[in-house]
Design a protein around this ligand. Structure first.
Ligand SMILES: Cc1ncc(COP(=O)(O)O)c(C=O)c1O
Length: 368
C-alpha cells in the first residue's frame, strides 16, 4: 500500500457540486480579483471562525505581515517574539513587515511557544508576541495575552495550521487584534494554490488590512500608505467556499485518525506522539522518533511518505542569522528539530492506512 502525506482528491470529490457552481458563477461574472466570491468567503469565514471580520490575502505569510503592519509596527524595526520551532515563513513575514524576529524556546511536551521563555526575551525594543498554533494545537492564549498586557506588547497569532481551533472555548480573535491563516493546499482548510486571511474583531484593523493588501488603495487608484499587493484570487475563493462548511467534519475526522494513531503506536519504543492540547484540530500527526532518518527511509521504501516539520530551528537558519543566537541557545527547539516526524494524515485517510503506517513503524523498531 502506498500512503502519501496528504490526498486532496477525496476532499475535492466530496465538495464537487459546490465548487463547480461557484466557478460557473465566476465565469459568468468574469471578475477575477476582489469580486463576489472573495466577498462572500470573507463573510462566511468570519462567521465560521467566530470573528467579526475576515480579510483575505495572497498567502499565510502575507497575512502575518499584514497583521504586523496593521498593528502599527511596520518598518519600526521592533522585535517580534516568535517560537524557534515553526515554519520559516513565520519569521520571513516578520522581516517583510520591517521588524525583527526574536526567537524563544518551546514547551518540551506540546512543542508550542514557551510562555516563560518568551517573556524572558522581552526587552525595550520588543513590540509584539507572535505565538504559532503549531500542528493544529492552540497555544495558551490567556497566559500569553496576560504577558502582552503586562509588558505593553501587541499579541498577534500565526494560526496557519489551526483552522477551527479555539482556546478555552473562545475564538482566537477574542484574544488579540489579528490572527493569520494560510490556505496552502495541505492545510485543514485548503485552496488549490496560495491563499491566506487575517481574522479580527476590530473594524479598524480589518479596514487597515483591506487597504494594506491592495496597494494602499480604497477601490481607486490613489495609494494612501505604503502597502503591498496580496489578494486572494476569486478562483481560490470558489474552492474555499465549497470546503468551508466541511471544516468541522474534516477536523473531526482528523481527530479520530490521530486517536487511532495514538492507540496503534502505544507502547512502541522509539516513537512518542507529541502531546496534543485540548482543542487541537490535528493538522499534523507528529511523533518524536529515535533514528528518524533511518525510520523515514525504511517507511519510504515501503511506500509510506513522511515529512519533518521542521528540520532546523529558525535561529540556526541562514536567513535569520542576524538574530545572534548560536547552537545551544534554544535547546528544546533544537532537540525537537532532531526528532519530530510527521506521519501521513488527511481527513479521508482510510483507517486501514493508519494501521498500515503504525505497523510499519513498529516493524522498524522491532527489527532495529
Ligand atoms: C506555521 C506557519 N506559518 C506560516 C505559514 C505560511 O503560509 P503560506 O505558505 O500560506 O504563506 C505556514 C504554511 O506554510 C505555516 O505552517
Amino acid at each position: 500500500m502506498t500512503v502519501p502525506m496528504v490526498d486532496l482528491r477525496p476532499m475535492l470529490a466530496a465538495t464537487e457540486p459546490a465548487w463547480r457552481a461557484n466557478l460557473e458563477r465566476l465565469f459568468e461574472r468574469m471578475q477575477f480579483i476582489l469580486g463576489e466570491q472573495v466577498d462572500a468567503f470573507e463573510r462566511e469565514l468570519a462567521a465560521a471562525l467566530g470573528a467579526r471580520f475576515a480579510v483575505t490575502a495572497g498567502s499565510g505569510t502575507a497575512a502575518i505581515e499584514l497583521g504586523i503592519r496593521a498593528a502599527g509596527l511596520a518598518e519600526s524595526g521592533a522585535e517580534v517574539v516568535a517560537p524557534a520551532l515553526t515554519s520559516p515563513y513565520t519569521a520571513q513575514a516578520i522581516l517583510a513587515a520591517g521588524c525583527k524576529p526574536r526567537f524563544a524556546d518551546i514547551d518540551p511536551e506540546t512543542l508550542l511557544l514557551n510562555a516563560e521563555d518568551a517573556e524572558a526575551r522581552v526587552r525595550k525594543r520588543t513590540g509584539a508576541l507572535l505565538p504559532v498554533h503549531l500542528y493544529g494545537q492552540p497555544c495558551d492564549l490567556p497566559r500569553l495575552a496576560g504577558i502582552a498586557r503586562r509588558r505593553g506588547l501587541v499579541l498577534l497569532q500565526d494560526a496557519c495550521q489551526a483552522h477551527g481551533a479555539q482556546e478555552a472555548g473562545r475564538p482566537f480573535t477574542s484574544f488579540s487584534p489579528a490572527v493569520a491563516y494560510s490556505f496552502y493546499p495541505t492545510k485543514n482548510l485548503p485552496c488549490l494554490g496560495d491563499g491566506g486571511a487575517v481574522l479580527t474583531d476590530s473594524r479598524a484593523v480589518a479596514e487597515k488590512v483591506r487597504r494594506l493588501r491592495d496597494g494602499g488603495r480604497r477601490n481607486d487608484q490613489v495609494a494612501r500608505t505604503r502597502a503591498i499587493n496580496s489578494r486572494l484570487d476569486e478562483m481560490q475563493a470558489c474552492y474555499l467556499r465549497a470546503f468551508l462548511p466541511k471544516l468541522p467534519e474534516w477536523n473531526q475526522r482528523r481527530a479520530r485518525l490521530a486517536a487511532l494513531y495514538d492507540q496503534a503506536l502505544a507502547g512502541c519504543d522509539g516513537v512518542r506522539p507529541v502531546v496534543r492540547r485540548t482543542g487541537s484540530v490535528c493538522h499534523l500527526y507528529v511523533v518524536r522518533a529515535t533514528q528518524r532518518a533511518r525510520l523515514r527511509k525504511f517507511l519510504a521504501e515501503r511506500g509510506v511518505i513522511t515529512a519533518v516539520h521542521y528540520p532546523v530551528p529558525l535561529h540556526l537558519q541562514p536567513a535569520f542569522r542576524d538574530c545572534g543566537l548560536k547552537r545551544g541557545a534554544l535547546p528544546l527547539a533544537e532537540q525537537a528539530c532532531r526528532e519530530v516526524l510527521s506521519l501521513p494524515l488527511w481527513p479521508y485517510m482510510p483507517e486501514t492506512a493508519v494501521e498500515e503506517v503504525a505497523a510499519r513503524v513498529r516493524q522498524f523498531y522491532s527489527a532495529a
